[in-house]
Design a protein. Structure first.
Lengths: 280, 281, 152
C-alpha cells in the first residue's frame, strides 16, 4: 500500500473503533428515555418502554421507580385499576421509607380521583398511625382534606385544611362552600308548610304554584267532606291533594340537592382548573 | 504498522472506560420482550413490538401470534389479512385457517363456506366441522337435518347445539296480528297471550272501569260525565290493542336477543372450537 | 429476477400496511373531570317544532310540565317520563300514533309490577324509549332487564 492509503486506512480504523455502528443503550438511558415519554404525555409508549426496562433489568435496580411511573401513566390515562396494581407493586418494592410513603400517597390520590374515598381514608389512617411518618402529618392531613372534598364533606375538609398552615386558601374555600350549601333535610321539614321548602331554596315560582295547588285541592277536599260527599273527598284528597303535597316535599329536597351540586361543582371546577397547589 | 494498528484497535475499549450497555432493540431482545408481552396478554403492545422486527426475523409462529392477538383485540379483518402472508406448508397454517374461520364468522355473521384442508389433523378437522355447522345458525336456510347438525358436536355440547338448532329454526314467536285481535275482543288478552299478564290485567281493569263508569253515568242521565268516561275508556281500549301488537313485536325481539346471546356465550365457552394454544411454557 | 423483487415488495407492503393500525388503538391521556355529573331529570322546554301541530303540542306539554309535572314530584318510574315519551313518540311517528303509544304507556305505568321487565337508567328509572313501540320491528332495540343504560 502507498503511504497515503496506509494513513487513510489507519485513521478510518481508529475512527471506526470509536463509532457504535449498532447503538446500544445503558439501563439509565432507557429509563431517561421512558421518563421523557412520560413527561411528553405519551403515556402508552412510556409504559411500553418502562416494561421493557423492567423485563431486562435483572438487578432490580429500577423495580420501584418503574412500577411507580407505570402506575402514574395508567392514572393519567384514566385506567385506575391498572394504576393501583402497579402503584401497589411500587409500594411493595420500596427500598426506603420515603419511597414507601410516596407510593402510598399516589395510591391515596387514585382512590380520591375514582371516589373510593373510604379506601383513601383507611390508607391515610394507616400511614398516620405509623410512627415513621410523624414528620409527614401535614401532608397526610392535606390529602385527607382532599378526600373529604371528594366525599362531599366540605365542613370536615375545611376543618382539616385549617390545621395546615400552608393551605389557608383551601380552608377558606371549603368553609365558604360549606356555608353556602342548603340543608336538604331542613328543606323537607319546612315543606310541611306547602311552598316553604321551595322558598328556602330560592325557587319562589315553584313555591307559589305549589301553594296554589295545595290550597285548591285542600279546599275541594274539605268542602267535599263538609258536604257529606265522602267518596269524592277521599278521591280528591288521596289522588290529588296528597300527590301535590308530597310533590312539594320531594321538590324542596330536590331543589336543595340541585343547588348544592351547582355550588360544589363550581368549587371543584376552580380546584381543577385554577388552583395552583398539589392536586390528586 | 499493521500490528500496531491492530493493538490500538483492540486496546481502545480497555483504554476508554464504558458503562454497562445493553441492546434493548436487537431483534432477539425485541422478540423476547414481545413474547413476554404476549404471554401477559398485553396483545396490543406485543403486536407493536413484533411490528418492529424486520421481515427476516418474522417467522410463521410470530405471524400466527399476531393473528391471535388481533383476533383477541376484536380486529378480525386485520387478523385475517395476515393469513395471506403465511406459508401454506407451515405447521401452523391449519390452525391459522381455523382462526380465520372464527374471524370471518364474527365479521360477517353469516354462514361459512370454507373447504377443509387436507393437512388437518383429527382435532383440527373436528374444530372445522363444528365451526362450519354452528355458522348455519347465522344464516336463514335450514339446509341440514337436526340429527346431522347435532352429531357434529361431542356429547357434552350436543344438548346445547340441539337447543340452539330448535330455537333458530322453530322459534316460538308470537303473532302481533293475533295479539291485536285478542285485545280487540277482550281488552288485555292480547298482552296475556304474549305473556304480559300484569299489563294485560291492568289494561282489562282500566278499560273495564271506564266502561262501567260511562254506563253508570249514562243510566243516571249524567251525559257529560258519561261521555268523558266513554272517551277515556275508548282511549285505553285503542291503546290496549296497539300496545298488544307492539308487545308481541318486542317479545319476538327479546327472543332473538336471547338466542343470539346464548349462541355467543356457547361459542365463547367453547373458544370457537379452536384448540388451546400455549406459547408461554 | 425483477418479478421476484416485485413479489417481495408487494408482500412487504402488504405486511407493513396491516401493521400500521396499532397507532389508532393506543389510548391517550384522559381528561378527568372533578365535577359530579347531574343526575336529575332535565326537561327540554324549547318550542322548536317542524309545524303548527307540533308547536301546539309542545306548548301544551311545556305548560303541563311547568304547572303540574314539575310541582307534583317525580312520580313516573320510567325514563323518559310519560309526557316526554309522548313528545318522542310524536317525533318518531305522528300525533295519532303517538296518542295510542301514550295510552299504552299509561296502562303499563298503572301496572304496579314492573320488576324484571325493563332495563334501568343510571338514575334508577325504568328505561322505556318510544322507538321500541313504533310497530317497526327493525327499530326495536331490545335490552334485557339486567342492563343499565349509561348514555341514552
Amino acid at each position: 500500500m502507498t503511504s497515503a492509503i496506509k494513513i487513510i486506512f489507519s485513521i478510518t480504523l481508529i475512527l471506526l473503533s470509536f463509532i457504535n455502528v449498532f447503538p446500544q443503550t445503558t439501563f439509565e438511558e432507557q429509563y431517561i428515555y421512558a421518563a421523557n415519554l412520560y413527561s411528553e404525555e405519551d403515556y402508552f409508549d412510556a409504559i411500553t418502554e418502562f416494561k421493557r426496562l423492567l423485563f431486562f433489568d435483572e438487578s432490580d435496580n429500577y423495580v420501584h421507580s418503574v412500577n411507580l411511573y407505570i402506575g402514574l401513566s395508567y392514572k393519567m390515562g384514566g385506567r385506575f385499576s391498572d394504576a393501583l396494581q402497579y402503584l401497589a407493586l411500587a409500594k411493595l418494592n420500596s427500598s426506603s421509607e420515603e419511597e414507601f410513603f410516596d407510593s402510598s400517597i399516589e395510591i391515596v390520590k387514585v382512590n380520591i380521583l375514582r371516589r373510593t374515598t373510604r379506601r383513601a381514608f383507611a390508607l391515610l389512617d394507616t400511614i398516620a398511625n405509623d410512627t415513621s411518618f410523624v414528620h409527614k402529618l401535614e401532608e397526610i392531613n392535606y390529602w385527607k382534606g382532599w378526600a373529604y372534598i371528594f366525599s362531599d364533606e366540605w365542613g370536615k375538609a375545611a376543618s382539616t385544611f385549617s390545621e395546615i398552615q400552608s393551605t389557608p386558601q383551601l380552608a377558606v374555600l371549603c368553609d365558604s362552600v360549606y356555608n353556602e350549601l342548603y340543608n336538604p333535610q331542613l328543606a323537607k321539614y319546612l315543606s310541611i308548610v306547602p311552598g316553604a321548602g321551595q322558598f328556602y331554596t330560592g325557587e319562589y315560582v315553584s313555591g307559589l304554584i305549589s301553594i296554589g295547588w295545595n290550597v285548591l285541592w285542600g279546599y275541594l277536599t274539605i268542602e267535599a267532606f263538609i258536604g257529606d260527599r265522602i267518596f269524592d273527598g277521599v278521591l280528591i284528597g288521596a289522588l290529588l291533594w296528597w300527590r301535590f303535597y308530597s310533590g312539594n316535599i320531594q321538590n324542596a329536597e330536590k331543589f336543595a340537592l340541585e343547588k348544592n351540586l351547582e355550588i360544589t361543582n363550581s368549587a371543584l371546577y376552580y380546584l381543577q382548573n385554577d388552583y395552583e397547589g398539589e392536586k390528586p | 504498522m499493521r500490528k500496531s494498528l491492530l493493538i490500538i484497535f483492540f486496546l481502545q475499549p480497555l483504554a476508554i472506560p464504558q458503562s454497562t450497555t445493553f441492546d434493548f432493540y436487537s431483534p432477539q431482545n425485541i422478540k423476547l420482550f414481545a413474547n413476554y408481552l404476549f404471554c401477559e396478554e398485553d396483545y396490543l403492545r406485543a403486536i407493536e413490538q413484533y411490528e418492529l422486527l424486520e421481515n427476516q426475523f418474522v417467522n410463521d409462529t410470530i405471524k400466527f401470534k399476531i393473528m391471535l392477538g388481533y383476533s383477541d383485540l376484536k380486529l378480525y379483518q386485520q387478523s385475517n389479512d395476515l393469513i395471506k402472508s403465511l406459508n401454506h406448508e407451515s405447521k401452523l397454517y391449519p390452525d391459522a385457517y381455523l382462526v380465520s374461520m372464527k374471524n370471518e364468522l364474527l365479521i360477517s355473521h353469516k354462514r361459512l363456506h370454507y373447504i377443509a384442508l387436507s393437512s388437518f389433523n383429527l382435532s383440527q378437522q373436528a374444530g372445522f366441522n363444528k365451526l362450519s355447522a354452528i355458522s348455519l345458525l347465522y344464516g336463514n336456510e335450514q339446509s341440514i337435518k337436526k340429527s346431522d347438525f347435532v352429531s357434529v358436536f361431542n356429547s357434552a355440547q350436543q344438548n346445547t347445539a340441539s337447543f340452539l338448532y330448535d330455537y333458530k329454526f322453530n322459534p316460538p314467536y308470537r303473532s302481533p296480528a293475533w295479539a291485536g285481535i285478542f285485545s280487540a275482543i277482550i281488552p288485555g288478552s292480547g298482552k296475556m297471550y304474549v305473556g304480559e299478564w300484569g299489563d294485560g290485567i291492568t289494561g282489562l281493569l282500566l278499560t273495564g272501569l271506564f266502561a262501567v263508569l260511562a254506563y253508570d253515568n249514562f243510566r243516571a242521565d249524567h251525559n257529560t260525565r258519561a261521555w268523558i268516561f266513554t272517551g277515556i275508556g275508548a282511549f285505553f281500549y285503542a291503546g290496549n290493542i296497539y300496545g298488544s301488537v307492539a308487545t308481541a313485536q318486542i317479545y319476538n325481539a327479546k327472543f332473538n336477543f336471547d338466542f343470539q346471546n346464548g349462541l355467543n356465550l356457547f361459542l365463547e365457552q367453547e373458544n370457537y372450537f379452536l384448540p388451546e394454544y400455549d406459547f408461554c411454557n | 429476477m425483477q418479478s421476484k423483487h416485485l413479489i417481495f415488495f408487494v408482500l412487504l407492503l402488504l405486511t407493513t400496511s396491516v401493521f400500521c393500525q396499532i397507532d389508532d388503538l393506543k389510548w391517550k391521556k384522559a381528561y378527568l373531570s372533578y365535577e359530579v355529573p347531574d343526575q336529575f331529570r332535565n326537561r327540554d322546554y324549547s318550542f322548536e317544532s317542524d309545524n303548527a301541530a307540533e308547536f301546539l303540542e309542545k306548548s301544551f306539554v311545556n305548560a303541563y310540565w311547568f304547572f303540574i309535572s314539575d310541582v307534583d314530584g317525580d312520580n313516573c318510574p320510567f325514563d323518559p317520563s310519560c309526557s316526554s315519551f309522548f313528545i318522542y313518540a310524536t317525533e318518531e311517528t305522528n300525533v295519532f300514533q303517538a296518542t295510542l303509544m301514550f295510552s299504552d304507556r299509561l296502562t303499563r305505568d298503572s301496572n304496579p309490577i314492573k320488576k324484571n321487565k325493563y332495563p334501568w337508567d343510571k338514575n334508577g328509572h325504568y328505561y322505556d324509549p318510544a322507538y321500541n313501540y313504533t310497530l317497526n320491528q327493525e327499530r326495536i332495540d331490545y335490552l334485557p332487564p339486567t342492563f343499565i343504560v349509561e348514555d341514552e
